[in-house]
Ligand binder design. Sequence first.
Ligand code: PGA
Length: 252
Amino acid sequence: MTEESNSQSPRFFIAGNWKMNGSMERLQSFHRVFLGFSLEGCRLALCVPEPLIHAAAKVFFGTPLSVGAQNCHARKSGAFTGETSADLLAECGARYVILGHSERRALCGETDATVREKVKAAIDAELTTILCVGETTSERTAGQHIDVVLGQLEAAIGEAVSCSNTIIAYEPVWAIGSGQSASTNQIEEMHNAIREWSTEHSKPMQILYGGSVNPDSAADIAALENVNGFLVGGASLDPEVFKSVALSAMRR
Ligand code: PGA
């Protein structure tokens, strides 16, 4: 399934990343809070742990919440114990998949090359990829942050990638889970650089910011010109808090 509105007037997109958190009960609590809720100009998704995807697609019926996954395998099937194909994620109800998250790069040894293969698999399965890029503290201190991020994009984005199948999420590694998002100047600088890169490559994709977004910081970050949405971790775990992030972002 492609992002119908991306190429014309893309709606602000807020995706939650539950990481290894969540339960059937948590799905129900989101259903209660989001049933009948709608926010003009805003799309919402929750990327939940794999075993919850199928249930989430059912439980979120009647809410504006789409469902996403947090990883996929690059191959369609085979002897890969414990892995899941992009096709099966789509069959179970996922519309999105987060790929290249810094936790997977750091903890699971994912490289730019594996991320590139997975992005291709997601496109083939008609999932929309939320492609994560971001620099570490030492890379920023060394003044390499823009080169690192554009290098990650260059490495992960192949021919088939377009604004209808891929969304970029800039997530400075040092801001994730820290409680302190990057400053608006830092975000603006990076999002402008990514926008310029994507325009030069004729791939005008939506660019999300992620890293300690919360209801207090959302409005100021959402107001920045090249911020087209958020990837939200901790603040996506509670339905009322996630809703506040969305309401605050739309007041931008
Ligand atoms: P955070 O996580 O909002 O808790 O910083 C963001 C992410 O890891 O995607």
